[in-house]
Design a protein around this ligand. Structure first.
Ligand SMILES: [Zn+2]
Length: 230
């Protein structure tokens, strides 16, 4: 989890800050100006539970399953944590964007090929949708976690290799576009200087690269990070 926090800190304007756990009746848990998320281990599921109290207090509980935290590769465990934290920040599944069906489908050979629910639409914010479809995103389901999520790329997405679907999650790194989407939601002035809204979708690793631009050449200044979300 800490490596995932650090990935956000390095590549976006978001900084997660760890707080000591306090019981529900502690005043810190009731400050309306301080959103927080409680992260807990679960035996079985990765899940977010959001609740609103008195129309103003937003509380989020995030569960990480023991299985996700103990994947054979630490990179994938970190990638799953990035996926869930991405949801906390408002990212939706890339494969459920309204335009995703043009680029990605459930693999035809699978007995679950009729399971269109996997790629059914999910509400994505306009801020996310102005950026191109990114099949490498940490928000995509990968077959490494569950064979059910075996996607194929359509000819419109031929610049990307099949093995690169969900590469960000598998390698435990936010992709270039993941970072662009998060920054455009929270700190538009810090979106990578070379990010182009009209860039074609499904660019290969050349353009949909992992963000490795030195901080000094990014738009904005690392000293003026956006508001911390904890
Ligand atoms: Zn998800």
């Amino acid at each position: 989890m800490r490596e995932a926090f650090s990935e956000f800190k390095q590549k976006t304007c978001i900084e997660f800050r760890e707080e000591d756990w306090v019981p529900w009746y502690h005043w810190k848990r009731w400050e309306s100006e301080s959103p927080y998320v409680i992260i807990r281990k679960s035996k079985r599921v990765n899940l977010l539970a959001e609740s609103k109290l008195d129309e103003k207090l937003n509380r989020t509980l995030m569960y990480m399953s023991e299985n996700s935290l103990n994947q054979p590769s630490d990179s994938l465990s970190r990638g799953i944590a990035l996926h869930e934290l991405g949801h906390i920040l408002g990212l939706t599944h890339e494969h459920q964007r309204p335009d995703a069906i043009k680029y990605i489908t459930v693999a035809a050979s699978s007995e679950l090929s009729h399971d269109t629910a996997i790629i059914s639409h999910e509400h994505a914010s306009e801020d996310e949708l102005v950026w191109p479809f990114d099949p490498m995103s940490v928000t995509i389901y990968t077959p490494t976690e569950n064979a059910k999520y075996h996607f194929s790329l359509t000819p419109l997405c031929s610049d990307v290799k099949q093995s690169e679907i969900g590469k960000g999650k598998i390698e435990g790194r936010l992709t270039y576009w993941d970072a662009v989407k998060i920054n455009s939601l929270y700190c538009p002035d810090q979106v990578a200087f070379d990010a182009n809204r009209r860039a074609p979708p499904c660019q290969g690793s050349k353009k949909a690269k992992f963000l490795d631009v030195p901080r000094s050449v990014r738009r904005g200044n690392s000293m003026s990070r956006g508001r911390t979300k904890n």
